[in-house]
Write a protein that binds this ligand. Structure first.
Ligand code: NOJ
Length: 742
């Protein structure tokens, strides 16, 4: 009974404070409501709001704290992750709202990375669509389904730039480019949060992993990150910044150290940069036990000090570490910690809970009828199919062996062709795979059972060659061979770093044998990172990079293979020839001894391999062909307040309608610090009918040429530039312009 009195008191206070007549703005009203709650809270309850525990519904890290129901009831835990379904979250929310002293509603977080139930392609795959509308739609559908299943907070978007294919988590990001990565970060935040956080179909976004988690030394997950401040600011920071500017109200501090300081203890990152410079107004949550891990990092001697370091750095919420819960109270009582810091953190967290409208309607996400209606809704599956097709990248198509013709006799080989689980990739959230159709099911449906033979041939891993003879015998009877190969889904994502980026097991060996049959061989790839395809690219006549394409992946692969959809995806990470070239990315520097200089020996090059990658950033073929005219400039001199228009005429010279991503790059030739040989500054995805031409124009303004100069100020420098336009970062037309004095 007592609890209900407190709960009602809380709501009365909140209600009356918001009705005072002199409230001038929504922001002030929000602050007043937050303050009215804080006034009622004990120190323990405040700390409870700064605690996030996983439920035992799903596990995404190494430890599991038991007894979280009691913690919710006692006010010692204000936030839960890895709990979902409208029914279960309602049960937990009911404990918080009706059984805890103050009745403060819970946040429910979950890794809704590329879908909740309806799973879209992995994020790296989606990024290859270069289609911001499609990417936003994917995040929106994910939000709608997650919100219907009780979730109000996703741990996404992941905004980590990476040039490290050994790192399994490149699958979760948007690739290597800061400009494209920033646009994608914005699209995802808009998709998750919608126009209004208080809408019951919107969920809170979380920008992660702040910061520079995508650059672990040697590609080993959780490893040290070490880079110059200039590289950090110019290359790694932009997508996080863009997501914050787009309104994301939570940020996750990363596991890694940067310049010797673990992110969860870095005042520079979490306060000076994030709040003071970037103006972030939401709350910071750590990654899983990353406060505790600062002891292992060697920045503090024990967890007691770790907690102090974290809160002083700017961490508001402790994910799963129990450090805040165990130590903050004593630290306040002993005068080691000013309670004002705790109040600040609680204020930020409660503010977001108000913005989500949880105080007024704590069960808004817990409606079972709505859940039934929205999860796997036909329009969501349709959207997943659309994005999956758009994300696929055609890497090779010798003699136009693709598209397949309906009715052709084909043999399909490979364990991955029959797998449904692998189609979902890592972070499949609550996605189910038992009802899904595999790639081979879909190919049979499309092409007719009698025209398709399937045999496994070999597993995706291991040395077993016993299926080779059957595969070869069946392949002899077919017109074309389709082999689905790649990596197990668990080989991508968190804690999935590799020292080799070759196709595992004996898959390539079987491909080699099939090649000797002198029949067209088509390889479909399923994987979550750039792979070394140097061998496969000589064996296969066609290669379709399908990534892990999601719930509708089998159908999407089928439609692309048979030409119902003309592939339009372009790589967002460079595919090297060999791991020895890594890190390899298109925005490298020229060096003092570039390849084009005369003397063949003393140049920046390898003696056993070319410098250039197998497939460059921005690369992807189509069943159409596109021809670019020379570039026309509106002026060759860009002035301080002016702009320059660069145009090309693009023609579809192929026999079918298709889409092309027209890309615009620049190079600043001389700077107070050296500049990359190319930087993406714009792109447009266009649709051209067979034979059709279109003029595409890019507008360049001086702010697009800014960077961190010698003195670390951000701005431009006058001088000469190159401008490139083309269908990928390698094959471009080029021209020159100058930026006049600023
Ligand atoms: C650890 C991962 O690094 C992070 O991305 C994820 O959001 C959390 N675990 C929660 O599952």
């Amino acid at each position: 009974m007592k609890k209900y009195i407190f709960t009602s008191l809380l709501f009365v206070l909140i209600f009356t404070s918001c009705n005072k007549s002199n409230i001038s703005s929504t922001e002030e009203r929000l602050d007043q409501r937050v303050d009215s709650v804080i006034k009622l809270m004990t120190l323990e309850e405040k700390i409870g709001q700064m605690v996030l525990y996983t439920s035992d519904w799903d596990v995404t890290g190494p430890t599991l704290k038991s007894g979280y129901l009691d913690d919710i009831r006692s006010g010692n835990c204000g936030n839960i992750f890895n709990a979902h379904t409208a029914k279960y979250t309602r049960k937990l929310q009911k404990i918080a709202v009706e059984e805890s002293r103050l009745g403060i509603p819970l946040l429910f977080g979950y890794d809704v990375i590329h879908g909740h139930k309806t799973i879209f392609p992995i994020s790296l795959g989606e990024s290859a669509s270069w289609d911001m509308v499609a990417i936003e739609k994917s995040a929106r559908v994910s939000a709608i389904e997650a919100a219907a299943s009780g979730i109000n907070w996703t741990f996404a978007p992941m905004c980590d730039i990476s040039v490290e294919p050994r790192w399994g988590r490149v699958s979760e990001g948007a690739g290597e480019d800061p400009y494209l990565g920033s646009l994608i970060a914005v699209a995802r935040v808009h998709g998750f949060q919608g126009n209004d956080l208080s809408d019951s179909l919107s969920i809170l976004a979380c920008v992660k992993h702040f910061a520079a988690y995508g650059a672990p030394l040697a590609g080993r997950d959780y490893n040290t990150v070490d880079m110059s401040k200039r590289v950090f600011l110019d290359t790694y920071l932009p997508p996080y910044k863009a997501a914050i500017d787009a309104g994301a109200m939570s940020v996750m501090s990363s596991f890694n150290e940067l310049d010797g300081i673990p992110a969860s203890g870095s005042k520079y990152l979490l306060t000076d940069l994030l709040r003071t410079e970037l103006g972030f107004k939401g709350f910071v949550v750590t990654d899983y036990t990353s406060i505790n891990e600062m002891v292992n990092h060697g920045i503090v001697a024990n967890e007691v000090d770790a907690g102090l370091l974290a809160i002083k750095a700017g961490v508001d919420m402790d994910m799963q570490g129990e450090v805040y819960f165990k130590y903050l109270k004593n630290q306040v009582n002993e005068g080691l910690l000013d309670v004002k810091l705790i109040d600040e953190s609680v204020r930020r967290i409660l503010k977001v809970k108000f913005m989500l409208d949880l105080f007024d309607d704590p069960y808004k996400y817990c409606n079972e009828e709505r859940e039934k209606r929205l999860v796997y809704a036909p329009e969501h599956l349709e959207a997943a199919l659309d994005v999956a097709k758009k994300s696929m990248v055609l890497l090779k198509n010798e003699n136009n062996v693709l598209p397949l013709q309906k009715g052709e006799k084909i043999v399909v080989i490979g364990e991955l062709a029959a797998s449904t689980r692998d189609l979902l990739g890592s972070w499949k959230a609550a996605g189910d795979w038992d009802f899904m159709k595999s790639t081979i099911d879909e190919i049979k449906l499309y092409n007719g059972e009698s025209n398709v033979i399937y045999t496994e041939g070999c597993k995706k891993m291991g040395e077993d060659r016993s299926g080779f003879p059957a595969a070869i015998a069946l392949a002899r009877r077919a017109d074309k061979i389709v082999m689905v190969i790649g990596e197990d889904w668990e080989w991508s994502g968190e804690a999935a770093s590799r020292t080799s980026i070759k196709i595992p097991g004996v898959q390539t060996e079987l491909l080699e044998k099939l090649k000797t049959l002198n029949k067209p061989v088509i390889v479909v790839l399923m994987n979550g990172r750039p792979l070394d395809l140097s061998k496969e690219s000589t064996l296969a006549d066609a290669i379709l990079e399908a990534w892990y394409p999601g719930t509708m992946g089998g159908k999407a692969i089928t439609q692309v293979l048979f030409g119902d959809y003309n592939p339009s995806g372009k790589l967002t990470m460079t595919f090297p020839r060999t791991l020895g070239q890594v890190p390899i990315f298109y925005y490298e520097k020229n060096t003092g001894r570039p390849l084009y200089l005369e003397n063949p020996k003393y140049k920046s090059r390898y003696i056993d391999c070319p410098n250039d990658p197998l497939y460059p950033f921005g690369f992807g073929l189509s069943y159409s062909t596109f021809v670019y005219s020379d570039i026309k400039l509106s002026t060759s001199e860009l002035t301080e307040n002016g702009n320059l228009e660069a145009s090309v005429n693009v023609t579809n010279t192929g026999g079918v309608d298709g889409e092309e991503v027209v890309q615009c790059y620049i190079r600043d030739l001389v700077g107070s610090v050296t500049r990359p040989v190319k930087e993406l500054k714009g792109f447009e995805k266009i649709y051209l009918k067979a034979g059709e031409s279109k003029v595409i124009t890019f507008k360049i303004t001086p702010d697009m040429l800014a960077f961190h100069r010698l003195d670390m100020t951000y701005g431009t420098e006058p001088g000469d530039f190159k401008l490139f336009i083309g269908g990928n970062s390698r094959d471009v037309k080029e021209t020159n312009f100058a930026l006049s004095v600023q």
